[in-house]
Design a protein around this ligand. Structure first.
Ligand code: ZN
Length: 347
């Protein structure tokens, strides 16, 4: 895997184990470095499992539909509207999904999308049909903004689902960013592909996906043009799934049909998370609006959780201040375990 800058180093921590009469115990772990993404993960070889599904009733009690600004009764009076030059109707709509400006912007062009008028949707209930209009709205918005300001070349679609992942409201919603420059992580992906192209004359993403497919260790499935992999070096304690819209090197090339196949796969990933007692995740999908062969449209999804019994955060000093991740989920095990969840959508 040297060509792609993926490396593993095995190391051992030893101690005298109080659980076995203080006999010496050796714990093997791996340090994995992914030079494409710049992520370093410390993989611990035991399978972390959430012992039970966290109780959702507290979230539902504190955030009922009656006070939810994304529910049908309040969305019109309480959510921001666009100026007429961007959207004469004030908000973008498709079916039961709505897109409007973020009331707490962190970028010039930062929008929020409610997926539907359903206030709470469990991870096992995100059917592709339920997500489709909301995801399509992101493309409607990108298209409109790119026409108004062609310098907006980079965009992302993002999802903090439920409070453990940073979700401020439980009503399912996405967030988009569109800007002249990529965010730092997307810039790293672009830089890696650019350096690979200069070195080899080839496309990093095409070669990388071909190699992962040949290896078979982390290649989960393909749904239409979308390849799903277990991340070699996960950017999350609960493991990570990465996805690539094969041969789509511009967001504008992603068709409604491509999106449907992507959502088929995403529903499978969410089904796996639900079955493993997760209730929360982060997702990001990155791309350039116009063709940029160094940035195949791609993204990542990782569960987020509080560790029982104290509700300990899944982010600690290693991730916060050392820019590394401790992950007790072996990526190749994740690949094997998630595969059955894709059975229904594979040919
Ligand atoms: Zn709501």
């Amino acid at each position: 895997m040297k060509d792609f800058g993926l490396s593993k180093e095995t190391s051992v921590g030893t101690y005298l184990d109080p659980m076995s009469g203080f006999h010496e115990k050796a714990s093997v772990f791996e340090i994995r470095r992914d030079e494409i993404s710049g992520v370093t993960s410390r993989i611990l070889p035991y399978r972390f499992k959430m012992p039970q599904k966290p109780d959702l009733s507290g979230y539902l009690e504190k955030s009922p539909p009656a006070i939810c600004p994304f529910c049908p009764e309040l969305i019109d009076p309480l959510t921001p509207r666009f100026t007429a030059d961007i959207c004469p109707e004030g908000r973008f709509r498709r079916g039961r999904a709505t897109l409007f400006p973020n009331a707490f912007p962190y970028d010039r062009y930062n929008a929020v999308i409610t997926l539907s008028d359903e206030h709470f949707v469990g991870l096992d209930a995100f059917r592709p049909e339920l997500m489709h209009d909301g995801f399509r709205l992101a493309w409607d918005y990108f298209e409109r903004m790119a026409r108004i300001e062609p310098s907006l070349r980079f965009a992302s679609l993002n999802w903090n689902y439920m409070p453990p992942a940073g979700g401020g409201l439980i009503h399912p919603h996405l967030q988009t960013i569109m800007g002249e420059k990529p965010t730092r992580f997307a810039a790293r992906l672009l830089g890696s592909a650019g350096a690979y192209r200069e070195r080899t004359g080839r496309n990093l993403w095409t070669d990388f996906l071909a190699r992962e497919k040949d290896l078979g260790e982390r290649h989960i499935a393909r749904t239409g043009p979308v390849t799903w992999l277990a991340s070699f070096a996960p950017k999350g304690m609960g493991g990570e799934v990465v996805f690539y819209f094969g041969e789509r090197t511009a967001l504008r090339q992603v068709s409604a049909a491509d999106l449907s196949r992507f959502l088929d796969g995403l529903a499978c990933v969410l089904g796996y998370l639900h079955a493993n007692n997760f209730i929360s995740f982060n997702l990001a999908l990155y791309g350039a609006w116009e063709e940029n062969r160094d940035l195949m449209v791609q993204g990542r999804i990782s569960p987020r959780f509080s560790i029982p019994p104290l509700g300990t955060s899944d982010i600690n000093y290693i991730e916060k201040y050392h820019d590394e991740v401790i992950c007790p989920v072996v990526p190749e095990d994740l690949c094997r375990e998630i595969l059955p969840f894709f059975a229904a959508v594979l040919p």
